[in-house]
Write a protein that binds this ligand. Structure first.
Ligand code: NAD
Ligand code: IPM
Ligand code: MN
Length: 352
């Protein structure tokens, strides 16, 4: 029987609740499909920061290195500035482990309250391939003339050829296994250095994939298209910030943030990959026990798939779909009255 060593970092707010449900579902999947998950839990969070002044220990990255996978809840909570908590945990992990692909699959699930509810599921199945280690997320820049009338802030973006090329290539390879279509999110009409460079690399890589349909759309128009004509999109590749924004948008049109999973993937498998929901710690509903655990459970399914447990991953998907389609157990974001644990338990039971 295979055993996988998994690091669990529940983090903050609803991250803690939804990670507990995901663990339960994944453990059941292991029982049914013949593998074992050996969990190690880390209390790295804003609470830890308040007590110790660090989100994770100094050797945190080294502690994570030997794991087969990482399941992360969410990071960030009022009381600790977001740039401190996120640059103290989530972003360093993505970078240290070269998790340069942030894979965010989007499907129309049953039981959703979305603007597109009622459409056929196969009308809307796309995946956002988000660049995850560079771009607009940089530490270069600064604040100048504080408190003066001429105060200003500068934030630099860094796009390397290696970084842009590998994410675009990943998108084309992925498209070959799906519909054979890639759309690039750009903004080369307004952003005059980085985005024309992105477009140039996109065109170069596209030329190597004559069998894959390629197009590019300005991010603003793409946002509108994602709402009105999402059925004409499949693999959408974007920079770190564009991919971030598009993934919440795509989640919203397919059923809300409670349903959208994500994987921070190191494609060579040289370092552990990390799986998490697209959503954050949701301080507005934290502590109420009403967060939708589906996004985190589906992130767990992505982790199983990544570990090679494809049958188990598919079974988790099926269990989620069955429970959502039945509709009797649903959290408030889905129009129901159930709790996080009730929905998690229903999905766990559906796996048996
Ligand atoms: P958020 O995703 O936490 O919440 C946005 C809205 O969606 C809220 O109204 C929330 O209640 C709702 N929502 C989110 N997940 C839900 C779920 N599972 N079930 C039901 N409703 C859900 O975004 P935010 O408010 O911008 O961020 C809150 C904190 O989380 C911030 O500190 C932010 O930096 C952090 N954050 C962390 C991650 C991460 O760790 N990967 C991701 C996004 C945001
Ligand atoms: C996400 C989040 C993070 C990001 C934040 C919390 C830094 O929004 O994972 O989508 O922008 O990458
Ligand atoms: Mn985001």
């Amino acid at each position: 029987m295979s055993t996988y060593r998994i690091a669990s970092i529940p983090g903050d707010g609803i991250g803690v609740d939804v990670t507990a449900e995901a663990r339960q579902v994944l453990d059941r999947a292991g029982e049914v499909h013949g593998f074992r998950l050996e969990w190690t839990e880390f209390d790295w969070s804003c609470e830890r920061y308040t007590k110790t002044g660090r989100m994770m220990p100094e050797d945190g990255i080294d502690q994570l290195r030997p794991f087969d996978g990482i399941l992360l809840g969410a990071v960030g909570f009022p009381g600790v500035p977001d740039h401190v908590s996120l640059w103290g945990l989530l972003i360093p992990i993505r970078r240290a482990f070269a998790q340069y692909v942030n894979l965010r699959p989007v499907r129309l699930l049953p039981g959703t309250t979305s603007v597109l509810a009622g459409r056929e599921a196969d009308e809307l199945e796309m995946v956002i391939v988000r660049e995850n280690t560079e771009g607009e997320y940089s530490q270069i820049g600064g604040r100048h003339n504080p408190g003066q009338p001429g105060e200003f802030a500068v934030q630099e973006s860094v796009f390397t050829r290696v970084g842009v090329e590998r994410i675009i290539r990943f998108a084309f390879e992925l498209a070959r296994t799906r519909s054979g279509r890639v759309c690039s999110a750009t903004k080369s009409n307004g952003i005059i250095h980085t985005m024309p460079f992105w477009d140039e690399v996109f065109a170069e890589v596209a030329a190597e994939y004559p069998d894959v349909h390629n197009e590019q759309t300005h991010i603003d128009a793409l946002a509108a298209r994602m709402v009105q004509h999402p059925d004409r999109l499949d693999v959408v590749v974007g920079s770190n910030l564009f991919g971030d924004i598009l993934s919440d948008l795509a989640a919203a049109v397919t059923g809300g943030l409670g349903m959208a999973p994500s994987g921070n993937v190191n494609p060579p498998g040289e370092y552990p990959s990390m799986f998490e929901a697209v959503h954050g710690s949701a301080p507005d509903i934290a502590g109420q026990g009403i967060a939708n655990p589906v996004a985190q459970i589906l992130a767990g399914a992505m982790m199983l798939e990544h570990l090679g447990e494809k049958t188990a991953a598919a079974a988790v998907h099926k269990a989620v779909e069955e429970v959502l389609a039945a509709g009797s157990v649903a959290t408030p974001d889905l129009g129901g009255k159930s709790t996080t644990t009730e929905l998690g338990a229903a999905i766990t039971d559906a796996l048996a």
